[in-house]
Design a protein around this ligand. Structure first.
Ligand SMILES: Cc1cc2nc3c(=O)[nH]c(=O)nc-3n(C[C@H](O)[C@H](O)[C@H](O)COP(=O)(O)O)c2cc1C
Length: 472
């Protein structure tokens, strides 16, 4: 083990296995609940697999056993709503956010084990040709690995990083990797290129959902998402050392590609889909090369249906919301739940709950959100009786608690992510909606018109008798 690797992991092998750290237990649970669709008919990876996942993205996780031209089965649509995310994290839905925040505050370092399921098989040539990589959308220019969780180390500090990025397959061992220039992986790859070297990295497919969610947290450069995953498991992530580098990968994942990022070798990408459901033209990505692939003996290939599809939306939205709440809580002690909504593409719109907001706090929260994450555009502030994930409830608050001339803020020229649908020169106008109740606004107050509680109780009892099993 190199000194750099020791900073990121304590070695202890073998480790007694307590929690399943694979994605298989969630798939089994979904199957038990009738939420996993198993498809045994042959599916073409060119467009048809994408159409299948698109049609089912809000209803079923999918396991497609026969992909035309390939041996590996495919699974997708695993984490397409908050209930599944809660199930995967083994917490009640209302505790998803607090568990993620706790994981940022009290991370647990991984351990390295010797015998890893993900290294049962080893391939050393034509590695990308072995994978049933889908061609998703009609204007994209090739097949994309969409569920690649990238693991790398900072070449200066040795500190680890995990994140998602797309890979467009270009040849048996070459791909284009598309990383936003401000993302930590891109920073690390540029640092390596400046010293004349490619950056060693690994692409992990089919890790446990906790590891996938942790990889999407917005942390500081040098804060390793894998340590947050450990906190979410309440035990260290069991990692294996790559066969060709000192990169550590989750030992119970399905497939790992080992390779290098060449930040000094740009390649024009063409149109690519984004979370907002349209295409973007980012110009160039950079070259990634691969020399080794390891896998489980019965590996499955993971696909995350890209574009405006549920898993892509929620996998990004839930960790961004938790990261924002962690930032907000530093200055707004009475902040409640924070939501990054599906209707805001899981990236652009945030709703912040504040408990009894004091004058000025709503605008302060807007400023924190705009300052913390450039992809956030529209910020709505609601009272603590409004569920920020329930867009109908948020709209109701906006239409009943807000005066447009007083409570809407528009700020021009704020920094925008390059993925922002309306960015112009990497800036965009952003809006803040203060949809909280203000003292003196309504002489009638805000009481809800409803029957007394005792009548509700009596009628609930009656309904339980005449319509058992139905919740009202
Ligand atoms: C399914 C999925 C796919 C993603 N694909 C990309 C991508 O292709 N390029 C990119 O720059 N970011 C992509 N992201 C976003 C980054 O993974 C995310 O912003 C991450 O937090 C960045 O890591 P960092 O904070 O370590 O820089 C994707 C996110 C998800 C959930």
């Amino acid at each position: 083990m190199t000194p750099l690797a020791e900073r990121n992991a304590s070695r202890s092998a073998p480790v007694s296995v307590e929690t399943d750290q694979s994605c298989r237990s969630l798939l089994a649970t979904l199957a038990g609940q009738g939420k996993l669709l198993t498809v045994d008919q042959e599916i073409d990876p060119v467009y048809d697999l994408s159409a299948l996942l698109s049609l089912t993205h809000e209803t079923f996780a999918v396991r497609a056993n026969r992909i035309k031209g390939y041996d590996l089965p495919v699974f997708g649509n695993m984490l397409s709503d908050l209930d599944r995310i809660a199930m995967a994290m083994n917490v009640p839905r209302e505790n998803i956010q607090s568990a993620l925040i706790d994981s940022i505050r009290q991370p647990i370092a991984p351990v390295v084990i010797d015998k890893a399921p993900v290294q049962e098989k080893v391939f050393e040539s034509d590695v990308l040709l072995r994978l049933p990589v889908p061609t998703f959308f009609d204007k994209e220019t090739g097949p994309y690995i969409s569920a690649g969780l990238m693991v790398a180390r900072d070449p200066e500090t040795g500190l680890g990083n995990a994140s998602y990025a797309r890979l467009k397959v270009l040849g048996p061992n070459e791909a284009l990797i598309g990383i936003a220039p401000n993302h930590h992986l891109a920073i690390m790859a540029r640092k390596a290129a400046e010293s004349g070297k490619p950056l060693p990295f690994a692409v992990v497919l089919g890790a446990h959902p906790i590891i996938q969610l942790a990889a999407c947290l917005y942390l500081g450069l040098g804060d390793d998402e894998m340590h947050c995953a450990g906190a979410l498991f309440k035990e260290p992530v069991r990692m294996a050392r790559c066969l060709t580098s000192d990169i550590l990968v989750p030992a119970e994942a399905e497939i790992v590609l080992e390779g290098h990022i060449h930040a000094d070798k740009p390649i024009v990408e063409g149109l690519v889909s984004e979370y907002h459901g349209m295409y973007e033209d980012y110009g160039s990505g950079v070259l990634a090369t691969f020399h080794t692939m390891t896998s489980r003996s019965d590996a499955m290939f993971q696909v995350i249906q890209p574009g405006y599809h549920a898993e892509h939306i929620y996998l990004g939205a839930v960790p961004i919301a938790a990261s924002l709440k962690a930032q907000l809580a530093r200055v707004i002690l009475n902040v409640g739940e924070v939501a990054v909504t599906a209707s805001g593409c899981g990236r652009n719109n945030v709703v912040v709950q504040i408990n009894n907001p004091r004058p000025g706090q709503a605008r302060r929260a807007m400023a924190v959100c705009w300052g913390a994450v450039s992809i956030i555009k529209n910020v709505t502030i609601v009272d603590s009786d409004v569920d920020p994930w329930d867009i109908a409830a948020v709209e109701l608050a906006k239409s009943t608690r807000m005066r447009a001339d007083r409570d809407i803020l528009i700020v021009n020229g704020l920094p925008a992510d390059r993925s922002e649908p309306q960015e112009d020169g990497f800036v965009v106008a952003k809006t803040g909606y203060d949809a909280t109740r203000k003292a003196g606004d309504r002489k009638e107050g805000y009481d809800k018109a409803q029957p007394p509680a005792a009548s509700y109780d009596r009628m609930r009892d009656l309904l339980a008798e005449i319509a058992p099993g139905v919740s009202f």
